[in-house]
Ligand binder design. Structure first.
Ligand SMILES: [Fe+2]
Ligand SMILES: [Fe+2]
Length: 467
């Protein structure tokens, strides 16, 4: 999964934080606004009940109590005011009788106000038509300007009655809702603007310069040109660009040193390889000289072997090993006494047996080394007198059991021996050589190699003429 970008993480966290903050603010505002509104409405209810009390007292003192219904109807018609009713205490009923329809009966809420002598408020703001019901008791008093006991035959402190009214909260609630909606809208607009602003800031001052820095860093590394630190608006990126330049410069310098060392090592390695190759070849030539072999036999056998290996499909490395190892195929002859090695005539059976030992002698000379060149040379020295049909020596290996290097050098060695003049024979014509080799296809020689040689005989003859 792709990892989130700095921009995405920042904006996600910022948005979550701002949303939580504004929701908390909205909740606090709503709760406080509600309690303030309720308090205002309660004060309003108390004020209206005070007005009613004053109005009723005035009617009483002016002895026009029979007209109080007009007054109460006017109060009832005030905005927000609903269901104004007066409840008489039993003392007032006893003194003045039952009231009219606005002077209603007790319920358990009005009882509570009468018992406690304190206003009772009931808030219902979750219904479709929200309201606040207030029951405000009137207490008989002599301390105020209106001495109640002048008219009422009660003791001071008696609850004379109560105003029971309802205030309609619909408008208050609507206003509150509108206000909160407006606050919410403004808040979310700000959140949106903050997020957008942050988005642009991060994009411009973090994301873009970071991407640019990555691209410029790659360019600096591959093209070896420093980053232009002035391209960046912020100090931090400018500093990073400068650091990258220092780092790249150092890396490039080290790379150059390593490359130089590598070239030196390669040259040294080539030198060693060439020296080894020449040494091996010289060893082959020493043996060639001592055996009084035809001139350049070692070189030609090497060239024929290389050509056969190439035609056979050996790898580059195998061809290299073959070319380096082939000159040593007869190195074991260094261990054969001169009397046998240089004998002009035919060898006796015993002498021939001693002569055959050159394979094992060569193998013993070379096989102690762990280097693959000498290992290959040991195999060739050991196997270059084996025959495909299994009648060769020293092991009598058959077919593919003979290493491909051994099979190749066998054919190359014989081909050169036949094509050159020896003490015991004249050099053969190409047709005679081919006839012999074909006759030995599957006998002395690997049939596939014979096939390749016959098919490409001109290339082999070209080597013979050249060397
Ligand atoms: Fe040999
Ligand atoms: Fe040879």
């Amino acid at each position: 999964m792709q990892k989130p970008t700095i921009k995405r993480i920042t904006l996600k966290n910022l948005t979550a934080f701002l949303m939580a903050l504004s929701l908390a603010t909205l909740v606090i505002l709503t709760v406080n606004f509600r309690s303030i509104s309720v308090r205002i409405m309660e004060d309003k209810a108390l004020a209206i009940s005070e007005v009613i009390k004053a109005g009723l007292t005035s009617h009483m003192r002016a002895e026009i109590m029979e007209n109080r219904e007009y007054f109460l109807a006017e109060i009832n018609a005030l905005t927000l005011v609903n269901n104004v009713a007066i409840i008489r205490s039993k003392e007032v009923i006893e003194q003045f009788g039952e009231g009219h329809w606005r002077e209603k009966e007790h319920d358990h809420v009005t009882e509570q106000a009468f018992t406690s002598g304190q206003p009772v408020f009931i808030l219902n703001d979750i219904e479709i038509e929200p309201y606040l019901r207030a029951i405000v008791p009137f207490i008989a008093s002599t301390s105020e300007q209106l001495n109640c006991l002048k008219c009422h035959e009660v003791k001071e402190g008696t609850v004379l009655g109560a105003v029971d009214l309802r205030l309609d909260l619909t408008e208050y609630r609507n206003t509150t809702a509108k206000l909160l909606a407006a606050i919410g809208l403004v808040t979310f607009t700000f959140i949106f603007l903050i997020v957008v602003n942050n988005f642009r800031t991060i994009q411009r001052y973090v994301q873009d310069p970071l991407n640019k820095l990555i691209r410029r860093g790659e360019d600096a590394y591959y093209t070896h040109t420093p980053i232009d630190a002035d391209e960046f608006e912020c100090l931090e990126f400018e500093n990073v660009a400068k650091e990258i330049n220092l780092f790249t410069e150092d890396v490039i310098h080290r790379q150059a040193v390593i490359e130089k060392k590598n070239l030196e090592l390669e040259a040294m390695s080539d030198e060693i390889e060439n020296t080894l190759q020449e040494t091996i070849f010289t060893m082959g030539v020493i043996e060639e000289q001592r055996s009084k072999e035809t001139n350049n036999h070692t070189l030609r056998v090497t060239k024929y072997s290389q050509l056969l290996g190439h035609l056979y499909g050996l790898t580059e490395r195998e061809l290299e090993l073959l070319a380096m190892a082939a000159p040593l195929h007869d190195i074991g002859k260094l261990g054969i006494p001169d009397a046998i090695l240089l004998k002009p005539g035919k060898l006796t059976k015993k002498e021939y047996e001693i002569m055959k030992n050159h394979c094992l002698i060569g193998y013993n000379m070379l096989s102690h080394s762990s280097r693959d060149v000498l290992q290959s040379a040991a195999i060739i020295a050991f196997q270059h007198h084996e025959r495909w049909d299994g009648t060769g020596y020293p092991q009598g290996l058959v077919g593919d059991d003979i290493h491909i290097f051994g099979r190749i050098v066998t054919l190359a060695d014989v081909f050169d021996a036949l094509a050159a003049k020896r003490v015991y024979k004249e050099k053969w014509a190409a047709s005679k050589i081919l006839a012999y080799i074909e006759e030995e296809q599957g006998g002395q020689f690997d049939p596939k190699l014979v096939e390749l040689l016959i098919k490409n005989i001109n290339e082999f003859l070209a080597i013979k003429h050249r060397y």
